[in-house]
Design a protein around this ligand. Structure first.
Ligand SMILES: NC(=O)c1ccc[n+]([C@@H]2O[C@H](COP(=O)([O-])OP(=O)(O)OC[C@H]3O[C@@H](n4cnc5c(N)ncnc54)[C@H](OP(=O)(O)O)[C@@H]3O)[C@@H](O)[C@H]2O)c1
Length: 415
């Protein structure tokens, strides 16, 4: 902003946030690369020292991790698959960047003293490192919803003990965070998360039976990793997000709702007691919520697409179809059940999605595997929410084993 009454330029008030050291867990994924795009933009616009990087981590993508490291200069890089350590070390020879490998090293990276940790690993694999960051009181920019779904109670406790801050990166929760009046929570009637409806929004159930992984990962509005793309196609993603909202904002399940809005321009609506409904709008581009988290509590520039409402023309809304998208119904049941149901739900869904992507089960099989697994545990578990990381991991692994059993049976029947 160069002219005008309130012109501030880059603004001296931004200096504390631009000086934050950042670690990006999962830097080679869709959220990770978008995060580095925002940091690159900040370095170009605010100065080359903006957001110095502490750590970048990946699972196996040595080539991309090494090129990110050479360009963005983190202190340390970690490859979770330890068999790839030498390849990464060779790719970074002479750079002076420290190279570590293995799952424990990803946790160690999260423990190093950056002010902010971007949690962008996919699935429950992100749980231990994200928790390590939360426990030491880092600002956690949270994209990995699976970890708060699987371990909501554990995260709540860790954040309370460390007085750390969790800033949502999921676009709907980032929007809610920006819309919520935390001083008047009694006046909040409802949070409504919007869902695009995914690529099969208008498809009849019979047609969905033959959906291929290639069709399921082709999202109409967002470009995302494979797992979340499938979750968006089944609407499980919206179910996980309801549970995430419950954990993050502490609202009762009755105050959390979903509406299908195919254009993905409104991300969340917050209804207040006086009848006001506040909406958050932006182009469907994750660089906006990522920039919001990196700059919080200030606003920084980002390379995100800008919203052009005249070009968009119209916005549509409809109720979700719980019959054609049973994953949303199942997740809602788990939200209301609470206890250990979300942990089991998340684990079973991760197994089922992976099996679908590997063509072992069909698209409709995802909901079936998740439901069967939850039913099996209704007989087995005591229903308490797991209270420690160890409890979560134990239940997660038992639920995965059960889901794999059902997947094996389903694959056997199909063969
Ligand atoms: N993409 C979106 O637009 C979006 C929006 C909202 C929320 N989210 C959430 O953000 C998270 C990341 O999503 P994404 O779409 O960015 O996923 P993605 O593209 O699949 O990227 C996942 C990242 O995690 C790393 N990783 C995978 N498995 C790992 C393991 N076992 N240990 C350590 N690192 C591992 C990957 O490394 P390699 O590249 O080496 O495999 C990659 O860097 C998910 O929880 C998702 O629900 C994503």
């Amino acid at each position: 902003m160069k002219n005008g009454f309130f012109a501030t330029g880059a603004g001296i008030h931004l200096l504390p946030v631009l000086g934050r050291r950042v670690s990006v867990l999962g830097s080679t994924g869709s959220i990770g690369t978008a995060t580095l795009d925002v940091i690159r933009f900040a370095r170009e616009h605010y100065g080359p020292n903006a957001f110095p990087l502490q750590a970048l981590t990946a699972q196996k993508n040595v080539g991309l991790l090494a090129s990110q490291a050479r360009e963005m200069r983190p202190e340390v890089v970690v490859i979770a698959d330890s068999s790839l350590k030498q390849a990464l070390a060779d790719a970074l020879a002479g750079s002076g960047i420290e190279v570590l490998a293995g799952n424990e090293a990803v946790i160690e990276a999260a423990q190093r003293p950056s002010e902010m940790v971007v949690s962008a690993i996919v699935g429950a694999a992100g749980l231990a490192p994200t928790l390590a960051a939360a426990k030491r009181g880092a600002i956690v920019a949270l994209a990995n919803k699976e970890c708060v779904v699987a371990a909501g109670e554990v995260f709540r406790q860790a954040a309370a003990d460390s007085r750390g801050v969790l800033i949502p990166v999921d676009s709907e929760h980032s929007a809610a965070f920006q819309l919520l009046d935390f001083a008047q929570t009694q006046a909040i009637e409802k949070i409504t998360l919007t869902a695009s409806g995914g690529p099969f929004r208008t498809w009849p159930a019979e047609r969905m039976a033959a959906v291929t992984p290639e069709q399921a990962v082709r999202h109409p509005n967002w470009s995302m990793g494979a797992k979340i793309s499938v979750d968006s196609a089944t609407l499980m993603n919206k179910g996980l997000e309801l549970i995430e909202a419950h954990v993050l904002f502490g609202l009762s399940p009755q105050k959390l709702d979903v509406i299908v809005h195919a254009q993905s321009v409104i991300h969340c609506l917050v209804s207040y007691a006086d009848g006001s409904v506040l909406a958050h709008l932006s182009a469907p581009d994750m660089k906006t919520p990522i920039a919001h988290a990196l700059g919080w509590p200030h606003r920084i520039g980002s390379p995100a697409r800008t919203l052009n409402l005249a070009e968009l023309g119209q916005m549509t809304f409809e109720d979700p179809d719980y019959d054609r998208f049973p994953c949303l119904r199942i997740a809602r049941t788990c939200l209301h059940a609470g206890g250990d149901a979300p942990t089991i739900l998340n684990a079973a869904n991760e197994v089922a999605v992976e099996s679908f992507l590997n063509r072992r089960i069909g698209f409709l099989g995802i909901a079936q595997i998740v439901e069967q697994t939850l039913e099996a545990f209704e007989r087995l578990s005591n229903g308490q929410a797991p209270a420690t990381l160890e409890d979560v991991l134990e239940l997660d692994s038992a639920a995965r084993a059960k889901a794999r059993e059902f997947t094996g049976q389903a694959a056997g029947r199909a063969a």
